[in-house]
Design a protein around this ligand. Structure first.
Ligand SMILES: [Fe+2]
Length: 358
């Protein structure tokens, strides 16, 4: 086994400023020292050392191991996290590949997925571990950037940190019902029976209550969920404080802001046009409808609007601490979801990145 910090590459690359730097130690790359070495048995032998490394670095990348199919990935993930889960109450459309392995997202290639801790809106019930496996690397873009959320808290402007610390956050997610027409809303990816796998409203209420969500039914079976909790969370093992909420993803101004950033980073006129259109839509939605009527949005826990400038600042700090390492086929990422965020860069060409979680 060779342990290396990923090093800076191609200086002409527009992402050069975000390529992994040794001093950040994110991710720690662990390379197989022989071809065709299966990952799961190797992890069983080295589990203690691997767990300590993941706790410290927040994310590990296993490279060069023989991980050729979803089951091999699931077996490897299970060594680190024996309690793998298969119920997903998150935002992304996904496709099942094996019992506990799914496509990471079916969102269109140009759609940016900002950095986030997986399902942080469930707070203490959010996954503790997250795994990605690259079955097919796209020919352009498609990286899964990583951000150390412990560093983000430390780097926040004191005024912004204090506001989030004192006021907490309230996530709002709304879904149309099973018989509703497909929504024109570009922020709606699923209807509620697709989230919960049932059309039984009492079952939905039971699952939502277990997850800590407040449920409000609206006209035409529209479901609105509220998750209210602190903006930061202490790591359950180390006690380190980390940014742990979805405001930089679900605040109405966040997605256009992210798309503008990626358009600049990737020098893409297409993304710039999409960002301009999305900003116009988000601004109109923000002005026309209160928070409770949005398909998703985040306010402070007391219902007060989070100023757009604060969201922009959080996004900027997150990007200052984000590394973008291109995928290689067969790579497996093991992420400590309590300390490291992930996202997805736009891409072109075939891409298959799978996910498992616990
Ligand atoms: Fe995610």
């Amino acid at each position: 086994m060779h342990k290396t910090q990923a090093t800076e590459q191609a200086s002409g690359d527009p992402l050069a400023g975000h390529l992994p730097q040794p001093e950040l130690g994110l991710p720690l790359v662990i390379t197989a020292n022989a071809p065709d070495m299966a990952l799961a048995p190797w992890l069983e032998v080295h589990r203690k050392e691997v767990m300590a490394a993941r706790r410290q670095h927040g994310a590990l990348c296993f490279r060069g191991f023989a991980v050729d199919e979803a089951q091999a990935f699931e077996d490897a993930a299970r060594v680190i996290a024996p309690d793998l889960q298969c119920e997903y109450l998150g935002q992304s459309p996904r496709r099942k590949l094996s019992n506990y392995v799914f496509t990471s997202t079916e969102l269109p290639p140009h759609y940016p997925i900002p950095q986030h801790a997986e399902m942080s809106f469930y707070y203490d019930r959010a996954p503790h571990s997250l795994f990605f496996w690259c079955a097919t690397a796209s020919r352009f873009g498609g990286a899964t950037p990583l951000t150390d959320l412990r560093r983000v808290v430390q780097a926040l402007d004191p005024e912004v940190r204090q506001a989030f610390e004192q006021r907490g956050v309230r996530h709002i997610r709304a879904y149309e019902g099973p018989r509703a027409k497909r929504s024109w809303d570009v922020f709606q990816f699923k209807r509620w029976h697709e989230v919960y796998g049932t059309e039984d409203k009492s079952e939905v209420e039971r699952i939502a209550a277990e997850a800590g969500d407040e449920v409000v039914w609206g006209p035409n079976d529209r479901l609105t969920l509220y998750s209210t909790h602190p903006a930061f969370r202490h790591h359950p093992e180390t006690g380190e404080l980390a940014w742990f909420n979805h405001s930089q993803v679900m605040h109405l101004t966040a997605t256009p802001h992210e798309l503008f950033r990626q358009a600049r980073l990737l020098k893409s006129p297409r993304l710039l046009a999409a960002a301009t259109a999305l900003k116009a839509i988000a601004t109109a939605k923000h002005r026309l409808f209160p928070a409770e009527k949005q398909s998703y949005h985040v306010t402070f826990a007391d219902g007060g609007e989070i100023p757009a400038r604060m969201i922009r600042h959080v996004c900027d700090v997150i990007w200052d601490h984000t590394v973008v390492m291109p995928w290689q086929r067969g790579d497996v990422l093991a992420i400590d979801n309590a300390s490291v965020a992930h996202g997805r860069m736009p891409f072109r060409g075939e891409r298959l990145v799978a996910v498992a979680w616990a």
